[in-house]
Write a protein that binds this ligand. Structure first.
Ligand SMILES: Cc1ncc(COP(=O)(O)O)c(C=O)c1O
Length: 461
């Protein structure tokens, strides 16, 4: 970053608040000095060496980082995580993390309430992949190993997870908006009776498209097919009051799905290592039954390890999430929901600027906070080369975007009219996942335009 873009890392008041919290925790924990080795010069040097290594990164927290699906944790989540490290609880069992297990149950119950679940069984996971694995595993147990169907734009791990579980997998085509094609799904469901589970994605990784969960449920329920919603990226948008009508209906229908995965470490302001799986039917807990001769002696209450696939899990992740939700409740009309609305507004704003630019064509109107656009040119290869060049030029101007290869059938007329001399078209992609992006769209657009002009000039030279 150039000097004028530098920003202070440590938030005002952060260290004082952490000190006060560590003092408060210390009231209950008196440890012998031998368990607290001094941070001597060697330890300090090691830490400084780590800081030096960490300089080799993109500036993810800066609003000009508008590339991949990355979002900084809220400072209070980071501080709560660090606070919990003085205990380092393991949320596998109450034996290893009594307070943090209770905090996990409370935080997860709030997420379940956000989706409108009246009852639930759920817990945190290390991320979205493991949350989806648990959903597909429970589905396999419930359906006798019948086939999993997810859209061609669902997260790539669904086919891999199905293979791990030994369950057949079919990718269902998408429509021109990147949502699962309802016609294609219906035809698939009519063609065979070996489908046990349909995965609906509430916010695709590529373009933020929201599968029609309501319509998918309407097709699956009469056929006794389970519906899992992968809301790893998009789940929290259910709190936004500015969704389009289709997306609103899809989010409201999640309450009737069989399971939902959501990642607090994507839009929930958490450090990595925090996914969540939820089932509205607590009876699926029977699939998790196992015998552990070592744990579960400290209480008759259900331990989280008795309802999760993973054994050890970071209690600190639960503490960070609980603390964040205490500060920013998961309720419509409140601050956290407002942050998500800012992200949607930023994406709509940037999409309008891109659409107004004769050199670019928008892939589709954004449903959430991801936008994808192509560079107008004569052929796929020329356009893809320019997209790569703009990506590079933008990075030189401290604007960090992402790239995506898009299949021809997904392209709007403006882009599909180019000579298709390659299998896919490389487009520009931007995830506007930080509320602050809203105030940076003028700057982002200006840098994008200059970068495009530089790329075109370089190309002509
Ligand atoms: C829709 C969706 N599902 C699942 C995942 C995988 O989640 P994780 O990377 O936390 O394992 C992602 C990650 O981007 C995603 O966007």
């Amino acid at each position: 970053m150039t000097t004028d873009n530098r920003f202070e890392l440590q938030e005002p008041g952060a260290i004082a608040a952490l000190d006060a919290a560590v003092d408060r925790l210390g009231d209950s924990l008196s440890l012998p000095a031998s368990t607290r080795p001094a941070i001597d010069d060697a330890a300090r040097d090691a830490l400084l060496a780590a800081a030096e290594r960490l300089q080799d990164n993109y500036p993810y927290a800066h609003p000009l980082y508008a590339g991949q699906m990355l979002k900084p944790p809220h400072p209070v989540a980071r501080l709560a995580y660090q606070l919990a490290q003085y205990v380092n609880p393991n949320n596998h069992a109450l034996d290893g993390g009594r307070a943090s297990s209770a905090m996990e149950k409370e935080a997860v119950a709030e997420i379940a309430a956000m989706f409108g679940f009246e009852t639930h069984l759920g817990h945190l996971t290390s991320g979205g992949t493991v949350a989806n694995l648990e959903a597909l595993w429970v589905s396999r147990e419930e359906t006798g190993g019948r086939r999993v169907v997810a859209s061609a734009e669902s997260h790539y791990t669904h086919s891999r997870l199905s293979a791990v579980l030994g369950v057949p997998f079919t990718a269902c085509p998408t429509d021109h908006t990147g949502r699962m094609s309802l016609d294609a799904l219906e035809a698939l469901l009519d063609s065979t009776d070996d489908i046990g589970t349909v995965v609906a994605t509430a916010g695709t990784t590529s373009a933020g498209s929201v599968d029609r969960v309501d319509a998918i449920l309407a097709l699956c329920r009469p056929r006794d097919i389970r519906v899992h919603v992968d809301a790893a990226y998009g789940g929290y948008f259910t709190l936004a009051s500015t969704l389009g009508d289709d997306a609103r209906r899809a989010y409201d229908a999640i309450a009737h799905a069989d399971s939902v995965a959501i990642d607090p470490h994507k839009h929930g302001l958490q450090p990595y290592g925090c996914g969540c799986i939820l089932f509205p039917d607590p009876a699926v807990g029977r699939h998790y039954q196992h015998d552990s001769p070592y744990t579960y002696f400290s209480s008759d209450d259900l331990h989280l390890g008795e309802i999760s696939l993973e054994c050890s899990r970071a209690g600190a992740a639960a503490v960070a999430l609980w603390t964040t939700q205490r500060l920013l409740p998961l309720e419509r009309g409140r601050t956290f929901a407002g942050m998500l609305e800012q992200c949607i507004a930023a994406a709509r704003d940037l999409a309008a600027r891109v659409e107004a630019d004769e050199g670019f064509t928008l892939l589709q109107a954004p449903e959430l906070d991801i936008i994808v656009w192509g560079v107008n040119s004569s052929s796929f290869s020329e356009s893809s080369r320019l997209a790569q060049a703009i990506f590079d030029e933008a990075a030189q101007r401290d604007l960090h975007l992402a790239l995506i290869d898009v299949a021809p059938e997904r392209l709007p007329a403006g882009l599909s009219a180019m000579t298709a001399d390659r299998d896919t078209l490389t487009c520009l992609r931007s995830c506007l996942m930080k509320a602050e992006h809203r105030d940076w769209i003028d700057d982002i657009t200006a840098r994008l335009t200059v970068s495009r002009d530089a790329a075109v000039a370089r190309d002509a030279a």
